[in-house]
Design a protein around this ligand. Structure first.
Ligand SMILES: CC(C)(COP(=O)(O)OP(=O)(O)OC[C@H]1O[C@@H](n2cnc3c(N)ncnc32)[C@H](O[C@H]2O[C@H](COP(=O)(O)OP(=O)(O)OP(=O)(O)O)[C@@H](O)[C@H]2O)[C@@H]1O)[C@@H](O)C(=O)NCCC(=O)NCCS
Ligand code: ADE
Length: 274
């Protein structure tokens, strides 16, 4: 089945991993701070998710209920199955867990929007917000009873950061209000446009992957300074190669920012600006 939403989702993941040099992340030139994966792992992971995106697009298209929270409940088990497929395809490495969640939601919302109104970013956001009403309240409600907490859950308890769940529930404000408007204004070489967009995301996000690897949230202050230097410097590629080396030496990575770049590319593809 050829479908433009499924194609945009898969393309967005492949575009993101292709962009280089990225600080601490996997790209075709270096594996950054990720010793257990490389660009081929990301290609395998991406292709393993085709049937998931086809399934969520079908769910969005077929949904006829009144309450869009039910649509989210319908896709969550599909997301769990997709996580299993991803881990099988990658020899148990986490490449796209965050994206299975966030891009799965966006693809579902895009498909529902296409079937029920005009496919525009604004309409997609409204559907996302309705699908995820009370998500953080519900997801974080029973943390005290859980024996093993994820990085995102630990950071919620320690700092009150709601991570990718909060970002999604609010309709992905970092993507919608910052990254996508920025990308729309860029022109020229696609790789440079996407690197600039990644830096804009990085400076605006509490990236739980970065905080987890750094051990505390002070890293966000350092990163803000780095991104400011990036936008002031003359040779951006050289700056990014050094930034990548510095992060790789310190085992730091920005998986959450990479995920939001994927979401931004996805919407950019649907808007035909890429
Ligand atoms: C809601 C879920 C995403 C589950 O969340 P969970 O609580 O399990 O995990 P989190 O720690 O909250 O984060 C999940 C991933 O989301 C990405 N991310 C984190 N912060 C942000 C942010 N602020 N904005 C956007 N995205 C964010 C991040 O994914 C990327 O990094 C990954 C590598 O991360 P990780 O494995 O933690 O770290 P490493 O250090 O690299 O690994 P080690 O070598 O140390 O092992 C990479 O995959 C990127 O994609 C976070 O990882 C959702 O999964 C969920 O709902 N789970 C419950 C089950 C379910 O219902 N699933 C179906 C959902 S449809
Ligand atoms: N290029 C990349 N490297 C590491 N983690 C990621 N998560 C999403 N994209 C990634």
């Amino acid at each position: 089945m050829q479908n433009k939403i499924v194609d945009a989702a898969l393309k967005a993941m492949l575009y993101e991993v292709t962009v280089n040099p990225k600080p601490g992340l996997v790209d075709p030139v270096t594996n950054g701070s990720h010793h257990d994966m490389n660009v081929f792992t990301f290609i395998d992971s991406t292709l393993s998710l085709r049937s998931y995106f086809e399934a969520v697009v079908k769910c969005g298209k077929d949904f006829s209920g009144e309450n869009l929270q039910e649509l989210f409940l319908k896709i969550r088990p599909l997301g769990l199955e997709a996580e299993k497929n991803m881990f099988n395809a990658t020899h148990q490495v986490n490449t796209h867990k965050g994206v299975i969640f966030s891009l799965g939601i966006l693809a579902t919302a895009a498909s529902y929007t296409e079937s029920n109104s005009t496919l525009s970013t604004e309409n997609i956001v409204a559907v996302v917000k309705a699908m995820l009403l009370d998500l953080t309240k519900n997801d974080f409600r029973s943390l005290a009873e859980k024996s093993k907490l994820t990085a995102g859950e630990k950071q919620y308890i320690k700092y009150g950061f709601t991570g990718i769940r909060g970002e999604a529930e609010a309709g992905f404000p970092t993507v919608m209000n910052i990254a996508l408007p920025f990308l729309r204004k860029t022109n020229g070489e696609i790789s440079q446009r996407l690197l600039d967009t990644l830096m804009v995301i990085l400076v605006n996000l509490e990236d739980s992957n970065l905080i987890k690897r750094a051990g505390n949230a002070d890293i966000l202050i350092e990163v803000k300074k780095k991104v400011q230097q990036y936008f002031e410097c003359l040779d951006k590629k050289k700056f990014l190669r050094q930034f990548d080396k510095n992060f790789t030496d310190r085992n730091l990575s920005i998986g959450g920012s990479a995920d939001l770049l994927i979401l931004t590319i996805f919407l950019g593809l649907l808007e035909n600006i890429l």
